[in-house]
Write a protein that binds this ligand. Structure first.
Ligand code: SF4
Length: 334
């Protein structure tokens, strides 16, 4: 890693992921879906960064591109001092032990024909733990860690509730002692009461094991509860990033303000109970995103300049960055 950022675990620089759309007789690319368009941020060891935005904004693609489940088009991803996008596949396979993902739908991400013992033990087998006894001991340890019991070892995924299945997904993700865990809508498919249990489990495990989470969700309430910092994405770009309390109390980007104004707040006296901001129109297509600031066709504050120039993601106060001309000019407040 170029600078001396001791606690930096992950540094993403100008990450791009474009998917070609093939057409014509020779099936050549005729256009590109610009799912990620120059995303940069970093994460410190042990922190939780929440990643929010409407569906299709690129947040899941970002999680997958970091782990190279989806191969990025360009940019760099520094993890523990190595640029993952330059690593040969064998080295990447080893590093992937330290970076895991928990998916949204625990049912479809668990093989229905395998027992819990096989599912959780699989990463151990793939990474060279050949002794069955050793594997089973570790699986048992992991199941206890996530609140499951010995009798669950020989059961199949369909014999568990949604919350228990997600616990199995968490156990599998932790099998190889990861440093970074991408939680991709990890609690979105669960009932609210079960969501709280799994989130508290994730928090406890983080404390115990020093884990770093990239927590992707469309649920602003859940993200507020679990995150230290929050990044807001719109059409393949980060438009605002800040400490959780700063972002939720004083959102500066008009898109963040609109998102938060639409999110229910349990406390009726909360400062977050601000007037609902209704956005014009739908999210534009990532195949042909608007010029200049991508948010300009929907932004209530848009000026002529906004359709011509792209605002950079720039600091507006320590640790608080936003991509908006008005924040850089300090011309409006919340
Ligand atoms: Fe709105 Fe312009 Fe700011 Fe974009 S740069 S968010 S269009 S005011």
């Amino acid at each position: 890693m170029p600078e001396s950022e001791d606690r930096t675990l992950l540094k993403v620089e100008r990450l791009v992921k474009h998917y070609p759309i093939l057409g014509g007789v020779f099936l050549k690319p005729v256009a590109f879906v610009r799912a990620l368009d120059g995303v940069s941020f970093q994460m410190a060891e042990g922190e939780t960064l929440g990643l929010v935005g409407e569906s299709g904004c690129g947040k899941s693609t970002l999680g997958r591109a970091i782990l190279r489940i989806e191969e990025p088009t360009s940019g760099s991803v520094w993890f523990e001092g190595e640029n993952l996008l330059e690593l040969p596949s064998e080295r990447m396979r080893r590093i992937r032990k330290r970076m895991q993902i928990i998916f949204q739908d625990p049912f479809s991400s668990l093989n229905p024909r395998k027992t819990v013992s096989q599912i959780v033990g699989e990463p151990l087998l793939v990474h060279g733990v050949h002794s069955q006894k050793e594997r089973e001991d570790r699986v048992m340890e992991l199941l206890e860690l996530v609140g499951l019991r010995r009798e669950h070892l020989r059961r199949y995924p369909h014999q568990f509730s949604g919350g228990q299945r997600q616990r199995i997904g968490v156990a599998r993700a932790l099998a190889l002692h990861p440093k970074l865990v991408v939680c991709d809508e990890a609690v979105s498919a669960l009932d609210v009461s079960i969501q709280a249990q799994v989130i508290n489990l994730l928090k406890d495990l983080q404390q115990m094991m020093g884990l770093t989470y990239l927590f992707i969700s469309h649920d602003l309430g859940v993200v507020e509860y679990i995150s230290d910092r929050v990044a807001v994405m719109y059409l393949g770009k980060i438009v605002e990033i800040a400490d959780k309390s700063m972002l939720y109390r004083t959102p500066r980007h008009p898109y963040t303000q609109a998102l938060l104004s639409a999110s229910p707040v349990p406390d009726p006296d909360s400062a977050r109970n601000r007037k609902r901001i209704l956005l014009k129109g739908d999210v534009p297509s990532p195949i042909d995103p608007p010029s200049g600031c991508r948010f300009h066709p929907r932004c209530p504050y848009a000026m002529a300049r906004c359709s011509q120039e792209e605002p950079p993601l720039a600091p507006i106060s320590p640790g608080h960055l936003a991509a908006c001309f008005l924040t850089s000019e300090n011309a409006f407040s919340t």
